[in-house]
Design a binder for this molecule. Sequence first.
Ligand SMILES: *Cc1c(COP(=O)(O)O)cnc(C)c1O
Length: 306
Amino acid sequence: MDEGAITHNTRLLRRRIGPHVKLMAVVKANGYGHGDGATAKAARAGGADAFAVASLAEAVGLRRQGLQEPILVLGHLSLIDEAHACLRWRLLPTISTLDQARLFHTVASRSGACLPVHVNLDTGMTRLGVPWQEGTALTQAILRLDGLRVEGIYSHLAAADAVDPGLTRQQQQRFDQVLAALTNGQPPRFCRHLANSAATMTDSGLHYDMVRVGLALYGHASAEHLEGKLPLQPAMAVRARVTILKTVPAGTGVSYDHRYRTQRPSRLAVAAIGYADGVPRLLSGRMGVLHGGRRLPQVGPSPWIN
Ligand SMILES: *Cc1c(COP(=O)(O)O)cnc(C)c1O
């Protein structure tokens, strides 16, 4: 993992959104496999203001690794212990139901605290979040609970990387509709956020007060037409050592089940890596390997060891 690449990508994204928009680095699932603590620190060095994770355990893990910035838990928390943990570790839970709001309010007010929360509006993803038609009523109900403070309102885009912006427009309209009902023409008193990486790269009209970037942070675009929008650097490289070279005649079966057979006399290099190391078996015989800058085909089933 190349921390420098994460810092570089964060700086590019930061420049893209400008000084008035916050950058939340999404480091769920162990930083998309890159290591969450190291990713978070590298993103912070590049100007990240806050972090997002999927689970409570991931959030507590970041605190234990010394991250002091705001951490939003995107996943649905609904247990008393989870509410206590949010208070204890200063974590921002996502609220999507009234039951959940009441539980978090009760736990917070019993400890004499006021817990900042973010409300998730389902504007068309049809996954987490309160259906947008009920978003205004839920948020107003939360505003009446003195144990909670609505710090943010967000939604998640289902097709920000699509060439056709239709669904994104529809989701944005629904998002705006709820925001308008809540603010009544006054400046909003909460942080509004909608954009993932694709939306951050394509449309500044989707940036609002903060963007939540994952994939771009790690140096990848989620669709071909987004590649080259920003000179992102991939942070992950998988390296293996060439251990043995062998020259074999045409028609030689290679690796498990001899699923590959050489078409001509071939020189094979054995790379010391396999599926036990995380090489996906689905890519067997379909991968390319860079060797001294030259792209070579990987042949045969991905082995479990050399
Ligand atoms: C994972 C996630 C993101 C980041 O998405 P990318 O496409 O990786 O930038 C943003 N918001 C939510 C709610 C997510 O779950």
